[in-house]
Design a protein around this ligand. Structure first.
Ligand SMILES: [Mn+2]
Length: 405
């Protein structure tokens, strides 16, 4: 059995003033072509289909068109779950129509798929809260899917019937997955788990979460899910949330984030993007292969020594979206900014890095390190504007607003 794993499409997402819609169309077309060329049996989309709860019409359009093409009249089912950027109700809304096309949406951790059968031969064999067993066209091997859409800790526990549990979330999830695996997953079928959670190998460092993402489920590190929490019956875990492709662990089975198909922030600059092809047979470890995606623009960070240097580099990287740091003796003039923008259509930001220290002292400014936390940047900004540090009350309010986003 061959599966395609992808996630974090974030349809409708922009990069500052730049729409990414054309790139999203192009890269999803590329994913459709891969599914066709590889003749996969089913597609797993691990959440963050949209970028917001209320995506623009063109994003909705693109999602449905893509999923319909992928599903090929029900010959190649698509299983898609909600991520933290998706509205669960919106994800599930087109369900009755989607089912007819072979597209299965799961908005909630306890979603139950309504049983159905299509002329293509696709059939729901069993369905339970957080579980689905499919008969795929052209194979007698059933595909079992344990699925956990995103929800925050409190709601996850509630959905799993453990709202008063004092146990750690990862323990609650582990018990839920294990009981589903024990009931439904034996070596007569292919067993996978699909989720949108923050997962690490116990003892490993935490990887960076995407920019513009509220951290999910691991405030203070308490709520990360460990790979050891996955049931041993499962042959592959298809994760969404982190935008950089990565294999989290190979025990109890290959556990992968497929990553996003486009680089969505400069924290992802120079990253390569992929879809994953999984080959799995009952009772055997799944084999995983990365297939490169090339239809998106590269995000590049460039530090240039003066306007001449910048212009030359920009000429050679016309197709990228660029964050340009300009090392300059004084400050960049409006003329210089115009010059730079005139030679490149994709400059997202120009950051001056001023080297004339006297001038800096004069203006009581210094180089701004944009990798600092929002809190630290705010304190610097406040000091610069008001000549004093912000009070404790104000900082509390700022952090509160940040968290709400
Ligand atoms: Mn996410």
């Amino acid at each position: 059995m061959k599966l395609l794993h992808t996630s974090d499409w974030h349809l409708g997402k922009r990069l500052e003033d730049f729409s990414r819609m054309e790139e999203q169309q192009a890269v999803l077309q590329e994913i459709c072509e891969i599914a066709e060329r590889e003749q996969v049996d089913a597609i797993l989309v691990s959440g963050d289909l949209f970028d917001t709860f209320n995506p623009p019409t063109e994003a909705v359009d693109l999602l449905y068109k893509t999923l319909k093409r992928l599903a090929a009249d029900g010959r190649r089912p698509v299983i898609a779950i909600a991520g933290n950027h998706d509205s669960p109700d919106r994800i599930e809304a087109p369900d009755p129509l989607a089912r007819e096309c072979g597209i299965i949406f799961m908005g909630y951790p306890n979603s139950v798929v309504t049983p159905f059968e299509l002329e293509s031969g696709l059939k729901v064999l069993q369905s339970d809260q957080g579980f689905l067993e499919l008969k795929l066209p052209g194979t007698t091997t059933p595909l079992r899917i344990i699925h956990t859409s995103y929800a925050n800790e409190y709601r996850l526990k509630t959905f799993l019937g453990q709202e008063n549990s004092e146990e750690e979330l990862r323990t609650v999830l582990q018990e839920n997955w294990q009981s589903l695996a024990y009931r439904y997953c034996n070596e007569q079928g292919v067993n996978v788990l699909v989720s949108h959670l923050f997962v690490v190998k116990k003892g490993d460092e935490f990887p960076e979460e995407p920019e513009d993402e509220k951290p999910i489920l691991h405030v203070g590190g308490a709520q990360a899910v460990y790979t050891e929490n996955f049931p041993r019956q499962v042959q592959y875990v298809a994760l969404g949330h982190l935008h950089r492709i990565q294999q989290v662990d190979h025990v109890p089975c290959p556990v992968w984030y497929s990553g996003s198909p486009l680089s969505y922030s400069f924290a992802e600059a120079s990253q390569k993007k992929f879809a994953l092809i999984i080959e799995a047979e009952p009772g055997e470890e799944a084999r995983v292969r990365e297939v490169g995606l090339t239809n998106g623009k590269q995000l590049l960070r460039k530090r240039a020594e003066g306007v001449e240097d910048a212009i030359q580099w920009l000429a050679g990287n016309q197709n990228a979206l660029v964050e340009l740091t300009m090392v300059t003796e004084t400050f960049l003039t409006a003329m210089e900014r115009r010059q730079l923008n005139a030679v490149h259509p994709g400059i997202v930001a120009i950051i001056p890095e001023v080297t004339d220290t006297e001038m800096l002292v004069d203006r009581q400014q210094k180089q701004i390190d944009l990798t600092q936390s929002m809190e630290k940047l705010f304190v610097d900004y406040f000091k610069h504007e008001k000549g004093q540090e912000p009070g404790e009350e104000l900082m509390k309010l700022f952090v509160e607003i940040l968290a709400e986003e």
